[in-house]
Ligand binder design. Structure first.
Ligand code: HEM
Length: 419
């Protein structure tokens, strides 16, 4: 799969398609990606040449109709990253390796094999009772809030937004209740998706795998009413290795985007006066805030990706077989082609935040994510009704991730609750 060569310092010499390619990283990108998407669209159209970490060339698909087309045609734009024509330039410790390097998981399977694996996940998730999930999430939320409610202040990213969906996801999968193991899993997943200085994302990903392996072993011996046991019992007969791989995908896919969905919604509610609590009761609802975030500040802002199965034209670009396409989900949602009046409405659910096509976030995961996020936000506002941001909104900073749009911290204050 991978080679030991050093990372390249730029696009391959003489690659005319990547003239003017823009790095998808850096401070400007992190804080205001929408401006970068706008200027890329102006300069390059709906498919722009970009550079991933280490200067590795890829295409960012920015257009709503182009992302829809790419995701709807998996025979042309396939999911198995071993198709990439850049592997010889990628070092083993490349920071994006954990979720771009091929793994034998549902994420990278294609055709009939993908249908088999995704089917098992769908069946297992379908049996999650949404009312029970809401009740469990309200209890998790209560526990987390009680831990800081007496102090009158909190940093919600660590204390709440990341912890809640992680505990909900591992409980759904039948992992023993929250403990230090669960916290380690949260930390390792976060490191493997967007490592900070000094982190080792590849080692973190290995630790995630070891924890899930233990879970599958336990559930083979003592099955329960949980997603892991249902995947083991499915008549598709997945091997333990396949189940471990797919459970990592389920938990990672559930935790990170749902955490950022919660945090971006709380940020909107705490900073935008349309949502401010007021005596006239005229505020927009939590449901409207959740939906607006999916259009304007979607948690999975980019997804890597798809790999061209053959030479093909897209958005006026000549894509070569094996080229990598990054799905620009955030850019597509705000494409001026679908919002000609330059006003992004958020009235419906036609955004691409859950992607599209064969590999889209599998039914019923978006519904479960909605239950988790909605319960998290509503419970917090119920318990701490006078909660306010404790810094100027302009001081909030975004995490340095190409995948995820989420804050580094969300400090709040409120009247301390005597318990
Ligand atoms: C309970 C919560 C969730 C679960 C269990 C879940 C599960 C999954 C799984 C298993 C996949 C892989 C699908 C495949 O390759 O066939 C996936 C993909 C994806 N999910 Fe979710 N997810 C959850 C929440 C979310 C949220 C909140 C978002 C963003 C708003 C999201 C966005 C995506 C995207 C963009 C993909 C990639 C699809 C592609 O390759 O085109 N998911 N999800």
């Amino acid at each position: 799969m991978t080679q030991q060569t050093p990372a390249p310092s730029g696009p391959p010499a003489g690659c005319p398609a990547h003239d003017g390619a823009v790095p998808l990283s850096g401070l400007e990108y992190q804080q205001t990606p929408s401006q970068l998407y706008r200027s890329l669209r102006r300069e390059h159209g709906p498919v722009a040449p970009v550079l991933l970490d280490g200067g590795v060339p890829a295409w960012l698909v920015l257009g709503y109709s182009e992302v829809s087309y790419v995701t709807a045609h998996d025979e042309l734009f396939a999911r198995d990253s071993r198709r990439w024509n850049q592997w010889e330039h990628i070092p083993e410790d490349w920071p994006l390796m954990p979720f771009v390097g091929y793994q034998p998981s549902v994420l990278f399977t294609e055709g009939a094999e993908h249908q088999r694996r995704a089917g098992v996940i769908t069946h297992a998730l379908e049996q999650v009772d949404q009312f029970e999930l809401a009740r469990d999430c309200a209890q998790i939320a209560d526990r987390l809030i009680s831990a800081f409610a007496g102090s009158g202040q909190a940093e919600l990213m660590d204390a709440y937004a990341h912890a809640l969906p992680m505990v909900a996801a591992v409980q759904m999968c039948g992992m023993p209740h929250a403990g230090s193991d669960t916290q380690d899993l949260v930390d390792d997943l976060r490191i493997s998706l967007d490592a900070a200085e000094g982190d080792d994302p590849v080692a973190a990903y290995v630790r995630v795998g070891e924890r899930i392996q233990n879970l599958v072993k336990e559930k083979r011996e003592r099955p329960g009413a949980d997603v892991t046991s249902r995947m083991i019992q499915d008549e598709a007969g997945l091997t333990d290795e396949e189940i471990v791989q797919d459970l990592i995908s389920v938990i990672a896919a559930a935790q990170q985007p749902t955490a950022n969905w919660i945090c971006n919604t709380l940020r909107l509610l705490l900073t935008d006066e349309r949502f401010a609590l007021n005596v006239s009761g005229g505020r927009l609802s939590v449901g409207e805030a959740l939906n607006e975030v999916l259009w304007l500040d979607t948690p999975t802002q980019n997804f890597i990706g798809r790999w061209a199965a053959r030479d093909i034209q897209l958005g006026g670009r000549q894509i070569r077989a094996g080229d990598c396409l990054v799905l620009g989900l955030a850019a597509a949602n705000t494409d001026p082609q679908i919002w000609p009046e330059s006003h992004v409405g958020a009235e419906n659910a036609a955004h691409l935040s859950f992607s599209n096509g064969e590999h889209r976030c599998p039914y019923p995961a978006p519904l479960l994510a909605d239950v988790i996020a909605r319960t998290a936000v509503e419970t917090l506002l119920d318990r701490l009704p006078d909660i306010v941001l404790s810094v100027d909104p302009r001081e909030l900073t975004w995490r340095p991730s190409i995948w995820m749009r989420g804050l580094t911290s969300l400090p709040v204050s409120f009247t301390p609750v005597v318990q």
